[in-house]
Design a protein around this ligand. Structure first.
Ligand code: ASP
Length: 362
């Protein structure tokens, strides 16, 4: 906390003054313990404790915040057991892994992103190269892969056996009106290869929900008051090839304003895109909201804008999951989610833990 420079404290104070004069929030603000934190910290989605911890170590060694978080999320991208990010991520409906990622660097207010990139394990690092070495913000598809290869990234098969089996099981069971036999139509079951019944798949630890989301977000604030944000994902499993989620969309899946804060999203990407969710969180913090309140207020806007009946539950609430994570310029941090169960990770002085996101609907 004491490492924040005086001008940063003044900037943080100015945020509150600005909010008061703008009459930004009349509702009492939700305040969680993280909202009272001050000074440098790294936050991540709940699956990103290792990423946050690594990024925290690196910013202690004076590494740039964008480099630190990209190095942090690399751990999750490289992990074949996280089936929602990088290597081992679940593929699209054709069985091809297509990854999305973005990075935003507070001090230069530059962003870089890649979408639908294939055969490259660390899309966040590629996004950082887009940011650093080009005048573009976003490169997609085959162009993103060519760019990565030119930058020296290695071409690799990202589809692990486990992800391929999970995809194949989804594919053969998704409809009876094709030539793939569903599990309950097989004449005999294979024994030990994981090609058989749902029970066998479960026994082999191959069971996955029919439809999965999953992403890692990470944002950092260093002692000098500089911020960066990064989000990386394999996106929605079984997506239509070419589908781009919110993660690489600057302002939706992540956003950073060095004068205000950084934020990110995981969950239903289309909802985050339709509401420019990460941008909104940062904007709310610029107007003086606590990070927790800024995340909740954004989710309230998402709720208000969810008009399609198929996306509403019997209480008229959005039925999908969307989680928002935020860190403010002064070091306050928080997270919120639509329904109970969301979590976020934090690493800071004396802290490395996963905390619960505040749910909008209890
Ligand atoms: N937001 C990601 C997407 O829609 C998925 C997720 O976070 O679960 O691609």
């Amino acid at each position: 906390m004491s490492t924040l420079k005086r001008r940063d404290f003044l900037a943080a104070g100015a945020l509150t003054t600005l909010a008061a004069s703008a009459g930004a929030s009349v509702r009492p603000q939700r305040r969680e313990p993280g909202d009272d934190h001050r000074g440098p910290a790294v936050i991540a989605s709940g699956n990103g404790l290792a990423a946050a911890t690594r990024a925290w170590e690196l910013i202690q060694q004076n590494r740039d915040t964008a480099e630190a978080i990209v190095e942090g999320v690399r751990i999750i991208e490289d992990d074949p057991n996280d089936m929602s990010v990088g290597y081992g991520g679940l593929p699209n409906e054709d069985g091809i892994v297509q990854l999305d990622a973005s990075v935003m660097h507070g001090p230069t207010h530059k962003a870089g992103s890649v979408a639908c990139i294939e055969d490259i394990k660390n899309p966040a690092a590629v996004a950082l190269e887009v940011l650093r070495r080009t005048d573009h913000a976003m490169i997609v598809g085959p162009g993103a892969k060519r760019f990565a290869l030119r930058m020296g990234f290695k071409e690799e098969n990202l589809l692990t056996d486990r992800a391929r089996e999970t995809w194949l099981r989804w594919k053969r069971n998704s409809t009876k009106r094709d030539d793939w036999l569903n599990d309950d139509e097989l004449d005999w079951q294979f024994d030990d290869q994981g090609h058989g019944t749902a029970e066998q798949a479960r026994a082999l630890g191959l069971d996955a929900p029919d439809f999965t989301w999953g992403t890692v977000h990470c944002s950092a604030l260093n002692a000098g008051g500089d911020l960066s944000a990064c989000t990386t994902t394999s996106g929605l499993s079984w997506k239509i090839p070419g589908r781009v989620g919110d993660s690489p969309i600057i302002g939706a899946g992540m956003y950073c304003d060095n004068d205000a804060g950084a934020a990110g999203a995981t969950g239903r990407g289309e909802a985050a895109i339709h509401s420019c969710a990460a941008y909104q969180v940062v904007d709310h913090m610029a107007r003086g909201m606590t990070p927790t309140e800024a995340c909740l207020e954004t989710l309230r806007a998402v709720e208000r804008r969810t008009k399609q009946k198929r996306l509403l539950n019997d209480k008229g609430q959005p039925s999908f999951g969307l989680s928002m994570y935020a860190i403010r310029k002064d070091g306050a941090f928080g997270g919120a989610c639509t329904h109970p169960g969301g979590s976020f990770a934090v690493a800071a002085e004396g802290l490395a833990e996963v905390r619960r996101c505040v749910p909008l609907f209890e």
